[in-house]
Design a protein around this ligand. Structure first.
Ligand code: SF4
Ligand code: MG
Length: 336
């Protein structure tokens, strides 16, 4: 396939005082060059863990990881910390929700942009500074030459977010992972940052994984969507397929609880009652079964005994038949 990043049967487990947490449990997905995969789900769905694992930022002492993460032909799960460090910031970079997670308060913004560039690219101080000023300008920081010597606290929240994007883009990464990158910003600034990310993607052709719980943002940003729940993928497809003809009971619930969805989808479900499953003792069978109001339409006790698998491409992990999914959506979900 064209996949730049290919994740197969990823399993991430953490040891805690209470037992083993199955944070990600058999997850497969692809991201193509120049495309954006939106990963949506509530907190605890495994979306952030997945991406920290892709970046090799998990704690090896407390976590066990199985499966395969292939980035442009290189297997990351067997890569050394040294190799991963080389890839991070260079071939792949992360944009966090809080810029202060990525930036140190003690160094100037300019230094934090240029040092990794000198290290990864063997650039001189002057080359690195020129590049940093150029990137600050590109992300819309006024007077970038002057702001180069500012500390992060001298930037506004929106400007810091822009500076972090500049930092992530310094080495021209081919994969950008953005984890709720605009959640902390007000709506106007959020829209500006999202536009900026889209423009930069056009210019640089990076693949993006965009993690959010906001389906309105996803509708605007992503090409493809993967819906996660309880450490597994529930539904996958293009933005159009997943948002306009969702076929999984969890996605139906999720869409109904998203008032900001700015599309013509009209969904009449109530927010999903209940809470996400414990990943210490996940429900047997379908992870969503304790909260699913449609499980009595599935024959026998399949929903609580057999874990539904998600296939390749457009698919849902659900035991309802295709005809049932379609008719429930048309009869109960879509019209108001
Ligand atoms: Fe609901 Fe069963 Fe489908 Fe899970 S597999 S979403 S419990 S109908
Ligand atoms: Mg998170």
């Amino acid at each position: 396939s064209d996949a730049f990043l290919s994740v197969r049967d990823l399993r991430v487990r953490f040891s805690t005082e209470d037992g083993i947490v199955k944070a990600v449990d058999g997850l497969s997905f692809d991201v193509e060059r120049g495309k954006t995969l939106g990963i949506v789900g509530e907190s605890g769905s495994g979306k952030s863990v997945t991406n920290l694992t892709v970046l090799g930022l998990h704690n090896p002492d407390t976590s066990t990881i199985e499966g395969s993460i292939n980035l442009d032909g290189q297997e990351l799960l067997t890569a050394s910390e040294r190799e991963l460090q080389k890839l991070r910031g260079n071939k792949m970079a992360m944009i966090f929700q809080d810029p202060l997670t990525a930036m140190s308060p003690y160094y100037t913004v300019g230094r934090q942009l240029s040092e990794p560039y000198m290290k990864h690219r063997g650039a001189s101080k002057k080359e690195a500074k020129d590049r940093a000023v150029q990137m600050l300008e590109k992300v819309g920081i006024p007077q970038p030459k002057l702001r180069f010597d500012d500390y992060p606290h001298q930037f506004s929240g929106g400007m810091r977010q822009r500076a972090m994007i500049a930092m992530a883009l310094m080495c021209d990464p081919e994969l950008l992972i953005a984890d709720e990158p605009t959640t902390a910003l007000d709506v106007t600034v959020q829209a500006q940052i999202l536009d900026l990310l889209k423009d930069l993607q056009q210019e640089f052709g990076s693949a993006i994984i965009f993690i959010t719980h906001d389906l309105g943002v996803i509708a605007n940003m992503a090409d493809d969507i993967m819906v996660m729940y309880g450490g597994r993928a529930m539904e996958r497809g293009t933005v159009r397929e997943v948002l306009h003809t969702p076929r999984h009971p969890y996605t139906w619930g999720l869409l109904s609880s998203m008032p900001r969805l700015d599309s013509d989808v009209d969904i009449a479900l109530e927010p999903i009652p209940g809470t996400p499953p414990s990943l210490l003792n996940p429900p047997t069978g379908c992870r969503f079964s304790p909260r699913c109001v449609f499980k009595d339409q599935v024959a026998g006790d399949l929903c609580t005994t057999v874990t539904p698998e998600l296939g390749e491409g457009r698919d849902t992990a659900c035991h309802l038949t295709s005809a049932q999914k379609q008719s429930i959506f048309i009869d109960k979900i879509q019209p108001r």
